[in-house]
Write a protein that binds this ligand. Structure first.
Ligand SMILES: [Ca+2]
Ligand SMILES: [Ca+2]
Length: 112
């Protein structure tokens, strides 16, 4: 038996590994700009989520995700990206946690 979260978690890891190794250039355990574009283009298909990340401007997406500014997206940064998308989707679905802080951490439990 595989639970839904089992699939989510294994998929996140497998997708990251698969794309991080894709081009053989840059670091194997990180996503280069090209690899990031590739993963976003191929592995995000719903228009709702696509709207959250602009892959036409991959420079900007990279800047947003590359928290430690080494020019690549590591697994931690990738997880944050997936998590942010999940939060966006949650907000859209439930209308909760409205404010969309760009980049800055805010755990939305404040005055609702
Ligand atoms: Ca790579
Ligand atoms: Ca980075």
């Amino acid at each position: 038996m595989t639970g839904r979260l089992d699939s989510v978690i294994t998929n996140i890891v497998e997708v990251f590994i698969e794309y991080a190794e894709e081009e053989g250039k840059g670091k194997k355990h990180k996503l280069s700009k090209e690899e990031l574009k590739s993963v976003l283009d191929h592995e995000i298909q719903s228009s709702e989520l696509k709207g959250e990340i602009n892959t036409d401007d991959i420079e900007q997406a990279m800047e947003m995700l590359d928290k430690n500014h080494d020019g690549e997206v590591n697994f931690r940064e990738f997880c944050r990206c997936v998590c942010d998308l999940a939060k966006c989707y949650y907000q859209k679905k439930t209308g909760r946690g409205g404010k969309k802080g760009k980049g800055n951490e805010q755990e939305g439990e404040a005055a609702d």
